[in-house]
Design a protein around this ligand. Structure first.
Ligand SMILES: NC(=O)c1ccc[n+]([C@@H]2O[C@H](COP(=O)([O-])OP(=O)(O)OC[C@H]3O[C@@H](n4cnc5c(N)ncnc54)[C@H](OP(=O)(O)O)[C@@H]3O)[C@@H](O)[C@H]2O)c1
Length: 272
């Protein structure tokens, strides 16, 4: 049996659209009653480790979708609970959705790298790491024009090799269905062509007037964002602005696993 966690999240929903209804595939969610029809759903809540033995009973492959944005200790406790429970339940293979290697400078990289290390150190699990690049959808949020039609995100002249979330879901679903073919592999799933604020503005008919990181930090803090979200978003902007997320360019693991060129991130953003 294959169990997919987090199916009511953005990525999990797209994975479930591909896998729901297949024989031997289960949905996992903190809210299994909200999983769309098309297969059995189980409670999967890493914040309730005592429930995970039942969640993972009989599961051979676990597609572990990283569990939300939070402080490192919270995310690490979640992922540690999930992997420990998977080991105890006799799961054979964990496919984990991580963060691209070029994201090492991001404030949320540490919990992903901890989880990768935990999987590699497991005495019983086989594993595959899907290192997902920044979602095109997230870039669309970061670089959304204000009511005045101006994009003020502090991205400078920087660019990011953003990826359509649907492409990452397609890869995750395919790998989880055939885990043996990907055992022990770490894939870098970043876009082929990097985008900057000016291109996003051009596609949206907006004007790009990048602000400064300090202005963004102040605005985010005042917006009601949770404390940990402020450095996450400012750090993401800084990494883009200073050229850390531009990707190597050209086809890589993403195209190879999709068997086609990735969807252009600009299309995702311009399509809303
Ligand atoms: N590459 C990027 O640009 C990017 C951007 C944002 C986030 N991420 C990471 O990628 C992950 C998936 O992205 P997404 O778009 O699906 O994020 P999302 O829409 O925020 O969904 C995250 C899902 O994680 C599951 N989750 C959260 N806490 C959990 C817990 N305690 N136990 C079990 N499951 C839990 C939930 O699924 P249920 O509601 O079904 O329980 C939640 O909906 C995120 O969690 C985050 O780690 C990546």
């Amino acid at each position: 049996m294959l169990l997919v966690t987090g199916v009511n999240g953005g990525l999990g929903t797209l994975v479930w659209e591909r896998l729901g209804g297949r024989e031997g595939v289960l949905a996992g969610s903190r809210t299994p009653e909200r999983v769309p029809a098309g297969g059995a759903a189980r409670l999967v809540d890493f914040d309730r480790p005592e429930t995970l033995a039942a969640s993972f009973a009989g599961v051979r492959t676990l597609l572990l979708i990283s569990a939300g944005a939070a402080e490192d200790d919270v995310v690490i406790a979640r992922h540690g609970a999930a992997i420990g429970a998977a080991e105890r339940a006799g799961v054979g293979h964990v496919v984990y959705t991580s963060l691209s290697g070029d994201g090492d400078h991001l404030p949320y990289a540490l919990a992903h790298r901890w989880t990768e290390r935990r999987l590699r150190a497991s005495a019983s699990l086989r594993w595959t790491v899907l290192r997902n690049g920044l979602y095109a959808e997230l870039l669309g949020v970061i670089a959304a024009p204000g009511p005045d039609g101006v994009i003020g995100a502090p991205l400078g002249d920087g660019r990011v090799a953003a990826v359509a979330r649907a492409d990452l879901a397609e890869v995750a679903a395919a790998v989880a269905l055939d885990p043996d073919a990907h055992a022990g592999r770490t894939y870098e799933l970043v876009g082929e062509r990097a985008l900057g604020g000016a291109e996003v503005a051009g596609a949206l008919g907006a004007e790009y007037r990048p602000g400064r990181l300090a202005e963004a930090r102040t605005a985010l803090a005042a917006s009601g964002a949770q404390d940990f979200q402020v450095p996450m978003l400012v750090g993401t902007c800084s990494a883009i602005a200073h050229g850390f997320l531009a990707g190597p360019g050209g086809p890589g693991d993403l195209a190879a696993l999709l068997g086609r060129p990735p969807r252009p991130a600009l299309e995702v953003i311009a399509g809303g």
